[in-house]
Design a protein around this ligand. Structure first.
Ligand SMILES: Cc1ncc(COP(=O)(O)O)c(C=O)c1O
Length: 414
C-alpha cells in the first residue's frame, strides 16, 4: 500500500483522536508570560501543567541573561557541531559547573534531552553488552534501547526482586560474551511521581557488576539537599555512574547534559552521534543556563517555596480523600475512575467553569477506566491557588460520581 494512502487511514494511537481534540485537549495554546496564570482560549486560567518547578521561566535575572545572551551572540553562534567548529569557552564552563553541581568529574551538553538519551545509550553499549531497564521508562530510554544490537531485559516498574533476576540472566550472557551490563532507570518517574529505587539498585552492585545510568529529568533541581537530584536525595549520588538531567524542567529552558567520570564524558564527546552530527547548543541558551544554574545553587528559597506548595497540595488532596498514588516527588497525580468521554467532559468543566488548566492522562497510558489528572506544583504557585484547586477538585469528583459527565446517560435522559 502507498505510504501516504495508509497514513490517510491509520493516524496512529494519538493522532486518531486529533479531529476532536486538536487545539483543546491536544496542542492547546497557553498564552502570556509563563507562570501560574496564563491565557487559554482568551481567558485567564490557573495552570498546573508546566514543569517550571522553580519558577525560573520568568525570573527577572533569567529573563535578563537570556536577552543579554541573544543580544551579545545572536542565535547562530557558534556555527557547526562542537567537534568541528562549534566549541566555546562558555560551553566548557557550563559543563564544568554542571559536573561540579552533580559531584561528578565532567559533563557533556546535549542539544535536547530526548535525543541525547537515545544517542548516549547507543554510544555506551556494544552488541556484547546487556541492557536491563525499568518497564515504565520514558520514551527516550525505550527508543535508545531499541537501537541496541544486543540483549535487553526489562523488569516490572521498580520491582527490585525482578531486577535482580534479570541481572542474573544478564550476568550469564556477559560472562560468555565478555560484555558488560548497563542498568537504566529514572530518578523520578514523570507520570506517577514515584522515585526510582536507586538506593536498592546501587546496593545490588555489591553482587553484580553493572553500570547505572539514571535519567533524572524531574529530579534535577527539585530533589536532594542542594537540588543535585534523586541520587543526592537517596544518598547514592556516587553510585550513579552516568547522570542525565534536562534543562527543560527546573531550568525552564532547552538542552540537557550527562555527567560522569572524565573518561566516560570524553568517550561520549567523541562517540555520541547526536552531538557529533548536530549543531552545537546556541550561545544564548548556554548563557541562560549558566544563570539558571547559578540561581539553583545560590537561591535555596526557590526550592523551599516549591516544596511548600508541593506539601500543601499533596496533603490537602490526601486529606480530602483523593488518591494521589505513591508520589515521592513534586509530580502530583490525582487518580479518578471514569471513561474517556467522562474524562474529557470533566476536563472541559474544570477549564471552562473553574478556570483550572491541568493535564489529563487516559488509556493506554493508564489502565482502562482510570482518569489521571496530573498536577505540577511550582514555586510560582500560591497557597491560595492550592486551596482553590482542592475545592474545585472536590466539586468535579462529586459531579463525576453523580454521573454528570456521563454523556451517554445524559443523552438517554434528555
Ligand atoms: C524522564 C524524561 N527524560 C527525558 C525527557 C526529554 O528531555 P527534553 O525535553 O530535554 O528533550 C523528558 C521530558 O522532557 C523526561 O520527562
Amino acid at each position: 500500500m502507498d505510504i501516504f494512502e495508509r497514513i490517510k487511514h491509520n493516524r496512529g494511537p494519538l493522532g486518531q483522536h486529533s479531529k476532536q481534540s486538536h487545539g483543546y485537549f491536544t496542542f492547546p495554546k497557553l498564552e502570556g508570560e509563563i507562570g501560574s496564570r496564563m491565557v487559554f482560549q482568551g481567558k485567564e486560567r490557573l495552570v498546573w501543567s508546566l514543569n517550571n518547578y522553580l519558577g525560573l521561566a520568568n525570573h527577572p535575572e533569567v529573563r535578563k541573561a537570556d536577552a543579554q545572551g541573544a543580544a551579545d551572540y545572536g542565535l547562530a553562534t557558534p556555527m557547526g557541531a562542537r567537534m568541528m567548529s562549534g566549541n566555546t569557552d562558555l560551553h566548557e564552563q557550563l559543563e564544568r559547573e554542571l559536573a561540579a553541581f552533580e559531584m561528578k568529574e565532567d559533563s557533556i551538553l546535549l542539544n535536547f534531552g530526548y535525543q541525547g538519551m537515545v544517542s548516549a545509550i547507543d554510544a555506551l553499549v556494544t552488541r556484547h553488552d546487556v541492557i536491563v531497564y525499568d518497564a515504565e521508562s520514558h520514551a527516550c530510554i525505550l527508543d535508545g534501547v531499541r537501537l541496541h544490537m544486543g540483549k535487553r531485559f526489562v523488569y516490572p516498574h521498580n520491582d527490585i526482586a525482578s531486577l535482580e533476576k534479570q541481572l542474573q540472566r544478564a550476568k550469564k550472557l556477559t560472562d560468555e560474551s565478555g560484555g558488560g551490563i548497563l542498568v537504566i532507570t529514572e530518578g523520578v518517574f514523570g507520570m506517577s511521581g514515584a522515585q526510582g529505587r536507586l538506593k536498592e539498585i546501587v546496593a545490588l552492585k555489591q553482587r553484580y557488576d553493572f553500570r547505572l545510568f539514571v535519567d533524572d529529568a524531574h529530579g534535577f533541581g527539585t530533589q536532594g539537599r542542594t537540588g543535585a537530584g534523586t541520587g543526592e536525595e537517596q544518598g547514592v549520588q556516587d553510585g550513579i555512574d552516568i547522570y542525565f538531567g534536562t534543562f527543560a524542567k527546573s531550568m525552564a529552558s532547552i538542552g540537557a547534559f550527562i555527567a560522569s567520570t572524565a573518561d566516560v564524558v570524553d568517550y561520549l564527546r567523541y562517540n555520541m552521534r547526536s552531538q557529533i552530527f548536530a549543531k552545537s547548543v546556541p550561545m544564548p541558551l548556554v548563557v541562560g543556563a549558566l544563570k539558571r544554574l547559578e540561581l539553583l545553587r545560590t537561591r535555596p528559597e526557590l526550592k523551599q517555596q516549591l516544596w511548600t506548595i508541593v506539601h500543601a497540595l499533596q496533603t490537602g488532596l490526601r486529606d480530602a480523600g483523593f488518591n494521589i498514588g505513591n508520589t515521592q516527588s513534586c509530580v502530583t497525580p490525582v487518580y479518578l475512575n471514569g471513561t474517556i468521554p467522562e474524562a474529557t467532559a470533566l476536563i472541559h468543566d474544570l477549564r471552562e467553569n473553574y478556570d483550572i488548566f491541568c493535564s489529563m492522562v487516559v488509556y493506554p497510558v493508564v489502565p482502562k477506566g482510570i482518569i489521571l489528572l496530573r498536577l505540577i506544583p511550582t514555586a510560582a504557585h500560591s497557597l491560595d491557588d492550592v486551596t482553590y484547586t482542592i475545592s474545585a477538585f472536590k466539586d468535579i469528583r462529586k459531579n463525576l460520581e453523580a454521573g454528570k459527565y456521563n454523556v451517554e446517560r445524559i443523552a438517554e435522559h434528555s
